[in-house]
Design a binder for this molecule. Structure first.
Ligand code: BV8
Length: 247
């Protein structure tokens, strides 16, 4: 896949690069996305399960969903798209990754400068004490899992109707506000407040590139829309950047 020279030239080593990912980056690892054809679980939509109300009224159902996802993710491997983003972190001195994904695959791929802005489903939080611990057991021995204090444990993720972690949000706004280049990968760009990040970056003068299999609500406003699977496009992009640097 030959990308335009103009695009490749945007990726200079000195640029402050931010990558923003959604479920599409993990699709080629075999992890279902939320709003695509594979988006439903037992006919429920993510908006019906990923809420405090759903957890309060039926913690068992919500945990069955998370336990099912944890089982799939545990068997999944980072794909070439994840690996390309991990290599970008090593190449660009000013690099940050903001992910909406809770699967932990970017860290497994080798990224460290990550903001998991919707949390991480391998972390469990006591609803009473607020303590957070990592638990990688699949399947979980008890559904819903309980804390030693007897209270329920919940996934340490941000549900609909819940505010995002303040530090993560402030840090993300700062990165978006001063980046030169924003690469948006595999998100339907509908979930707020993250869905507004690309427009915010564009407004302050960043060059915005979107990688997605399909057009999204932001595709018409980005500088370059690369249509196709992230697992193919990102390695091609990275290869041509490295070639350009080598010249
Ligand atoms: C909040 C939980 C303050 C963890 C998730 C303003 C306007 C309108 C609504 C709101 C607003 N402000 C707040 C809201 C409400 C709500 C919201 O945005 N609702 C939406 C549905 C309209 N937002 C919130 O509640 C947020 N909180 O703002 O706090 C507040 C508080 C109270 C009241 C008001 C405000 C919290 C949002 C976080 C919700 N939690 N997940 C979990 O279990 O996962 S969101 C969930 O959606 C996931 O985190 C996911 O990451 C995220 C976004 O989805 P995507 O990642 O984009 O995935 P999707 O399937 O949609 O798309 C995949 C894309 O990949 C597609 O485009 C597809 O084409 C592409 N693709 C597929 N394969 C590939 C590919 N691309 C490339 N290659 C491939 N191979």
């Amino acid at each position: 896949m030959e990308l335009s020279g103009g695009l490749i030239k945007q990726f200079q080593p000195s640029k402050r690069v931010v990558v923003l990912t959604g479920a599409g980056i993990s699709a080629e690892s075999g992890i279902p996305t939320f709003r695509g054809e594979d988006g439903l679980w037992r006919r429920y939509r993510v908006e019906e399960l990923a809420t405090p109300y759903a957890f309060q009224t039926n913690p068992k159902l919500v945990w069955e969903w998370y336990d099912w996802r944890r089982g799939i993710i545990a068997k999944a491997e980072p794909n070439p798209g994840h690996l390309a983003i991990a290599e970008m972190e090593r190449m660009f001195p000013h690099f940050s990754l903001i992910t909406q994904n809770v699967d932990g695959l970017h860290r497994r791929a080798g990224n460290n400068k990550i903001i998991e802005i919707h949390g991480n489903l391998w972390q469990l939080r006591c609803v009473k004490e607020g303590t957070v611990k990592e638990d990688y057991r699949v399947p979980l021995p008890e559904i819903p899992p309980k804390c030693g204090c007897g209270a329920l444990l919940r996934p340490h993720v941000v549900w609909f109707g819940e505010s995002l972690n303040k530090e993560d949000l402030v840090f993300s706004y700062r990165l978006i506000g001063k980046c030169d280049l924003l690469l948006v990968v595999g998100t339907s760009a509908v979930v707020q407040p993250v869905a507004s990040f690309p427009l915010m970056a564009k407004r302050q003068g960043a060059f915005v590139v979107e990688v997605n299999k399909n057009p999204t609500p932001i595709s018409s406003m980005v500088d370059t829309f690369l249509r196709g699977p992230a697992g193919e496009i990102l390695p091609a992009l990275l290869g041509q950047i490295k070639e350009h640097w080598g010249k």
